[in-house]
Design a protein around this ligand. Sequence first.
Ligand code: BTN
Length: 265
Amino acid sequence: MFIKLINTLQNNIFLTLFVGHSLVKLHEVDSTNTYLKKLLSNSKPLIEGTVIMADYQTSGRGQKNNVWESEKGANLTFSVLLKPSFLNVNNQFQLNKSVSLGVSDVLIEILGESSKIKWPNDIYFENKKIGGILIENTIKGNFLKESVVGIGLNINQKEFGLNADRATSLSKILHQDYDLDKLLSQLCTRIESRYLQLKADKHQLLDKDYLDRLFRINESYLYEIDNQNFEGIIKGVTPTGRLSIELSGGKQVDLDLKEVKFIFD
Ligand code: BTN
């Protein structure tokens, strides 16, 4: 395996306090999340903000045990190590909000307000998915210890497989290619500032921004719940990260990721 370790401080690419200061670029790896978790289980401590990025993942992982496929060299697939030891496990969804907002901050700059966060932390443009986030936490007592924040964003990929008909990329939307290193640096900057807001207990701000950008909020759509389709309106997200939907009869349900599917026509 070829590993290129980049001294980002010397190259002065990252205008951050800590995210991306240690950056490992891999040509190929099973999954950047798995790789970072293995590094963590080795004895040598890793500094917070360490980023592992790969040109290609052979076993990229998504939420709900899905695979994350991404064309070699075309997109961003990377993982960031955070150490949110200040965050109570009951509040861990706030970390998902912060990271989604950081990613969304960059995409809104490029795509405008039509770029949304689809609950819990997918990045959407209109009805298509540009990216996803997989956060894997370790816990110590009642608090988080380490978080491996895996981010996959479709940037320059033009074609997607038949079973990825809801996938799109920046380049498909805007008909131009993007510099992956520059985008990575912007993402690190924005993720770090949202993470610092979380650390500074700016929960109201994070909650407000997350809801403002939530895909399909306050609009009526169909959802599949218990193998049946229901019309409902997303009203918000509970503190533990469940999606609150008001069903057409008026009943409110709070659902987790396995319990609800968005219906697209
Ligand atoms: C999802 O939408 O299901 C989450 C996708 C997360 C994919 C990223 S790519 C980098 C990191 N490594 C992985 O194996 N998964 C995440």
